[in-house]
Design a protein around this ligand. Structure first.
Ligand SMILES: Nc1ncnc2c1ncn2[C@@H]1O[C@H](COP(=O)(O)OP(=O)(O)OP(=O)(O)O)[C@@H](O)[C@H]1O
Ligand SMILES: [Mg+2]
Length: 243
């Protein structure tokens, strides 16, 4: 379980996170929903120490990661995969190398085993082996996102973080990504943490939902406990949501 307590983060004078408390149970999919500019990316990056908060604690299974040394945290990161908003593949490596990197650095596999793992991952995300020889710039946004998910899968992490996994994708690709998030959770029994403003994605994949508004969590519960009024309040709209 991940337990977040009292997380504050300011940039210059602006307080972006204003004291977040949140529990994320194991083997569940937690969707943190919020409109643009409310601190979703800052929060999810804080959860993996890509951003250091000004105050608060973040415990994974009772261990406060903010108190780990850089070296301890580096070792711990093998349990974690992060799918970035822009996919963040290495442009100068082809897809095979993007997918092999973790295995090369952290697993002692024969070339054949490595080949098989990479092939399995690319098939899992619904792409053909022909994609392995391509460079990221030769792929569509939807394909890049799938490769980013395949790269996360290869780590077999305990926790997978997704920042806006469906943003910028057409409906078809967005639905495929939702499916992959569900399949991946089954395949490796990971705990998934997703920040998004996509209500459909939330409806498709969430076990639990937290609403982020003005740097704080205004609601947590199951998706069935969210009312259209709650979303109207969050997005400052009226009656737009078909739940
Ligand atoms: N490195 C930084 N320096 C200064 N301000 C920052 C920095 N990172 C984020 N912010 C500010 O924090 C606020 C929240 O940004 P954040 O990127 O977390 O929003 P978001 O909810 O992820 O939005 P979106 O849905 O558009 O991705 C914004 O006002 C942003 O300008
Ligand atoms: Mg963001």
């Amino acid at each position: 379980m991940i337990s977040v307590r009292g997380i504050h983060k300011s940039f210059d004078e602006k307080e972006v996170l204003t004291g977040i408390d949140l529990d994320i149970p194991d083997n569940s999919t937690m969707v943190i929903l919020g409109p643009s500019g409310q601190g979703k990316t800052v929060f999810i990056k804080t959860l993996v120490r890509l951003i250091e908060p000004d105050a608060g604690s973040i415990s994974y299974d009772g261990e406060d990661i903010l108190r780990m040394s850089r070296r301890e945290w580096q070792a711990y990161q093998n349990n974690i995969a992060f799918v970035f908003q822009n996919s963040a593949l290495f442009d100068f490596l082809d897809v095979r190398e993007n997918l092999s990197l973790f295995l090369r650095m952290h697993k002692k596999l024969t070339p054949f085993q490595m080949y098989a793992e990479v092939s399995r991952a690319i098939t899992f995300v619904g792409l053909g082996d022909d994609v392995l020889d391509k460079y990221p710039e030769e792929l569509s946004g939807g394909m890049r996102k799938r490769v980013a998910i395949a790269r996360a899968m290869i780590k077999r992490p305990k926790y997978i973080f997704y920042d806006e996994p469906t943003t910028g994708l057409d409906q078809n690709n967005a639905e495929k990504v939702s499916e992959l998030i569900l399949m991946l959770k089954k395949e490796i029994a990971a705990t998934s943490i997703i920040v998004t403003h996509d209500i459909k994605l939330m409806r498709d994949v969430a076990d639990r939902v937290a609403l982020l508004r003005e740097g704080n969590i205004s609601f947590t519960g199951t998706k069935d406990e969210i009312s259209a009024e709650t979303l109207d309040f969050l997005y400052e709209t009226r009656g737009e949501y078909d739940l």
